[in-house]
Structures are given as C-alpha cells and as structure tokens.
Design a protein around this ligand. Structure first.
Ligand code: C2O
Length: 559
C-alpha cells in the first residue's frame, strides 16, 4: 500500500494578532499547522521532532488507529510526551474512513496553536449528487489567546475557575475586522475566500477552538452537509451549521451569480450555559471574481462589515439541538450502517460540572470553600505520570503493569435528579482518580451520557478515541431507559467520533469494542477535560492474532 511520509518539526514562532506578538508553539513554523492530505488506504508515517523546551504529542483526531493505539498520540494515555530534542514517528494505516478530520497536540493546552486539517480523499467517487466540485477548501475555526494557553490552564487548575475565555475567534488563523488590529493592511488579518460564479466548492469545516461550540454561516448562501467526522451523511441543506470542538463537517457551497462581490461569513460561539462568557465573532468573506468588480483595498473599503443575518444568535439552543438531530448515516449498500441492534452491556455515565475539596496552593471559590471540577460518575480523572496503554499492555502480556485499576463505575453510585436545579446539594463532591473502564473484546456497548445541573447545566461534546460510534438517541431532561430507548434510531443513526450532549439532557451512543487498546473518552471542551471530565476505556485483545494490538514501536517515548 502507498506510504505517505511527513516531517513535523515542533518549533516556536512569533505570530502577531490583535496587535499582540506572541511566541507560539507551531508545526514547521505554521499557524494553523500544515494540512495533511492522504488517500483512503494509505499508510501514513509522520516523524515528529520536538525542537522546543517542553514535551509534546500529536493526536490524529478521529483516525481509528486499528491495532495501532501507540500512534494515537494522547499524553499519558497512549504514550509519554516526546521530550525536547527527540523524535517519535507515528505510523498508522487509514482504512474505512473518508473525509474531514484534524490533528492536534494532545498535551496540556498545546492544541490552542498546534493543530491542522487531516483530509482523507476517498478511494471511490463521492456518493452524493453534486455539480463537479471545483475546489475543496479546509476551513479551521480556532481561537487566539493573548496569554500563553499553558498559563491559562495552570490558572484554571489552581483556582478551579479562572479565565478560560480566548481573546478572539479565528477562521484559518485570521481574527477578522471586528477585532482590533494594528495592521494598516486591514485585509491581511481577514480570511477572504475567492470563488467563481456558478462553481461548486466543498468546504471542510473543522472546529479546533478550545472551549466553544460555534455557529457558522455565510450571508446569502445555503450549505449542503454531506459528511461529518469522516463519515458520509444523508445530504441536507441548511442556512447555518453548529460545530462542537472536535467535530468536523464537509459542506457543499454553490456560488451563485450575484451582483455584489463580497459576502460576509462568520463564526460565533454557541453558549449553552446560562452565563454567557464569550460573545465575540470572527468575520471573513467570500469574494466573487466578478468582471469589473472592485477589490477590497487595504482599508477594507467595499467590505460589508456586518454579520450574516442567517448566523444563529449566541444562545440559540434550539438551532444547535435541531441541527445535530438532522444527521443520518447513508445506510446504503455501499456504505451500510453497522450500528449494533442489540447490546451486551449498558453503561450510564453522569457527566458535568461539580465541586471538589480545595487543594493546597489552590485559590478556592466562594461556595463552601470548594473549587470547580468536572467528573464522570463522580470521578474526576487525573492523568498519571506513566502511559496507561503501556501498563495495560504489559499486564496482558503477563508481566508487571503497575497498580492499574480497571474498576471505573459504569453507573452513578446514587441516582439523583440529574437535571433538577440543585446547586448546593451535599453530594456535589467528586473524587480524584485514574480508574479505567474495561471492555471485553467484541462487546457491543451502549453508553448513555447524562448531563447534570448540580452547578450549571452545559452542552458537552464527548469525544471517543480509537472508535467511531452511532448516536442512537438524544433528548432533554433525565434519561429514562424504558421510555427513551423506544425512540432510538437503529436504522440510520449518524456515525461520529464526537457527540454534542445537549445542555440539561442526554445522548445515547452504541459501538462494538473491537479495537484493543486504551482509548481516551473526554469532553472536548479543554477546560472540562482539565477539570476531570474524562476517563480511559481499556479494551482487551481478541482471541485471534489479527485482533490483538501490535507491539509498541521501538522509539515510543518513555516517561
Ligand atoms: Cu481531539 Cu482527545 O482529542
């Protein structure tokens, strides 16, 4: 099979945004990082050389990594960080996946600047009807921090609160004209995509922002969704899209025959919590190549500095929830939907924000002298200082594995009214821990994520490494199995790697645990993962040789 080789050098680079110059962690000096474009079936080899003074890892978000968990790039889950002045080569095959994914650093808050598109071109023609696609354009949503994201993370851990709001949102790294800029070349800070009238484009949308779900829209244009998380969907047309951090979506855009040359496009956060904590928007433009049309000068003359009227308002939960509800698998002969119709195991995970006893050197917030934390079934996940995959692997090979604990609770110890407003309840305290949830090879699993409103109800984009899953149901309020499982979609549920669990509600997913390894399951809001909304899922080897994880590579970084 074809081998595709890439070299990533992690290096510092000065970048200026919002009139603020900062030395960023970058790959090959690029911000956002380079796109990787490969074909379905390729064997991918990425040598990562660390030329900065801290450890790092690169995660191939959404790549299944069948039997190659060592290449998943998750710090302390599947490897120890790559140390300064050393290299690690990620080797994996991309099979049975096609479309839009991304890669990002998976150590501390480094993914703020270390991320880029990962595009898998299909081996067979697109299954949807469309005019010829003139160009495919990756569009990465991100955010810009004037502060060093590491110090923001440290503050969030120390105070259990602290600032977690970026200073601007970005489209392909550009902040756009609604933010202050000191550049006299106004349009240099703005993403402007040129299109030709009458042509069709595929926009590959990626939400790489750390802590915000985002709405995206282009004035005067509709978008047709055809793929999400590198799986085709039944096409549907929409005026705007919602993307949670960790989600990717390909949309088709047909350029019309307009009379004006510029159309605004924008991202704006979807703030599901009751307290809006970010309210700014990044603006970019679609620029038509119309004969005789004026080109925007550096002063930005001719640019309509208004948000697209079709961009949903910041608290539009209805749009966000309805939009996620539109996704369906193709479920065709060629792309069948392999959702388990029956399951062997049901797991109920209560997720959300709660409190913890204050720690030494922590500044604790007002309530009962405690700090804000996040948890799953009251367990606030702490990353160990070893690679859990290594411990799990050496344990199953019969030698020492450390004191690996595989007894993560698969339901809450005490059921309560998860979505009642019960701030101040006495059972808010979470335990710190590093227990793993163990699955047998081949087990068909249903996981229900239930948001809780002890401190504040919030939308949680739950992401699973190493496996796609099917979103069979979702709703508002407390999950009730007898009632809610009757409404499951077991015909054509969407297949994804990140599900937006609605604020004050639940989502049910199903998958077959047939990829041995240790896989991180976490909220892709970085602040929540930092506070402990995470767990590792350990999947045992299967009985056959081709159902076992491959041996670790010789250059795997050690702790
Ligand atoms: Cu985008 Cu744990 O990953």
């Amino acid at each position: 099979r074809p081998m595709r080789f890439f070299h990533f050098e992690v290096e510092q680079k000065n970048v200026t945004r919002l009139c603020h110059t900062r030395s960023l962690l970058t790959i090959n000096g690029q911000y956002p990082g380079p796109s990787i474009v490969i074909h379905e079936g390729d064997h991918v080899v990425v040598k990562v050389t660390n030329k900065v003074e801290e450890g790092t890892t690169i995660h191939w978000h959404g790549v299944r990594q069948y039997r190659t968990g060592w290449a998943d790039g998750t710090a302390y889950l599947t490897q120890c960080p790559i140390r300064p002045n050393t290299s690690y080569t990620y080797r994996f095959t991309v099979e049975g996946q096609r479309g839009t994914l991304f890669w990002h650093a998976h150590h501390k808050w480094q993914r703020a600047t270390v991320h880029g598109a990962f595009i898998i071109l299909p081996a067979s023609p697109y299954p949807f009807k469309s005019p010829p696609i003139h160009a495919e354009i990756p569009i990465i949503f991100g955010d810009w921090w004037n502060a060093d994201p590491d110090s923001v993370e440290a503050e969030a851990l120390r105070s259990g609160g602290g600032p977690n709001v970026s200073d601007a949102f970005t489209i392909n790294g550009f902040t756009g004209p609604l933010y202050p800029s000191c550049s006299s070349h106004f349009t240099q800070d703005t993403f402007i995509q040129t299109v030709e009238p009458g042509k069709t484009y595929m926009l590959r949308l990626i939400n790489a922002a750390l802590n915000d779900e985002l709405f995206f829209a282009i004035a005067g244009h509709q978008l047709t969704v055809v793929e999400a998380d590198a799986v085709y969907t039944k096409p549907f047309t929409t005026t705007a899209v919602t993307l949670s951090p960790g989600q990717t979506t390909a949309v088709l855009l047909t350029a019309g025959h307009p009379s004006s040359a510029f159309f605004p496009m924008a991202i704006r956060p979807y703030v599901s919590a009751t307290i809006p904590f970010a309210n700014s928007s990044a603006l970019g433009f679609l620029r038509y190549t119309l004969p005789g049309a004026a080109v925007a000068g550096d002063g930005g003359a001719n640019l309509p500095l208004t948000l697209p009227p079709n961009l949903p308002p910041i608290t539009d939960a209805q749009f966000a929830n309805e939009f996620s509800g539109e996704f369906r698998s193709l479920a065709s002969d060629h792309f069948p939907c392999l959702v388990p119709k029956k399951v062997d195991r049901r797991i109920f995970l209560v997720i959300g924000i709660n409190l913890q006893d204050c720690c030494e050197n922590c500044t604790c917030l007002g309530f009962k002298g405690k700090r804000v934390a996040s948890s799953i079934n009251n367990q606030s996940f702490l990353l160990p200082q070893v690679s859990l995959l290594q411990s799990f692997y050496s344990r199953s090979a019969g030698s020492i594995g450390g004191d690996l604990s595989l007894d993560f609770p698969d339901r809450p110890a005490h059921p309560f009214n998860y979505t009642g407003t019960s701030f101040g309840a006495d059972n808010m305290n979470a335990e710190y821990g590093g227990r793993l949830l163990k699955l047998e090879f081949g087990e068909r699993v249903e996981l229900v994520f239930q948001d809780m409103s002890l401190v504040v109800a919030e939308n949680h984009p739950m992401h699973l490494h190493g496996n796609n899953f099917f979103v069979v149901g979702s709703g508002i309020g407390n999950y009730d199995r007898r009632r809610d499982s009757r409404a499951y979609n077991l015909e054509d549920p969407p297949e994804r790697n990140t599900v937006a669990v609605p604020r004050g509600g639940w989502a049910a997913i199903r998958f077959t645990a047939n990829n041995p390894g240790v896989w991180y399951l976490h909220c892709h809001l970085e602040i929540h993962a930092t506070w402990g909304l995470a767990v590792g899922i350990a999947v045992e080897n299967g009985p056959e040789v081709e159902q076992k994880i491959l041996p670790p590579p010789a250059d795997l970084p050690l702790c």
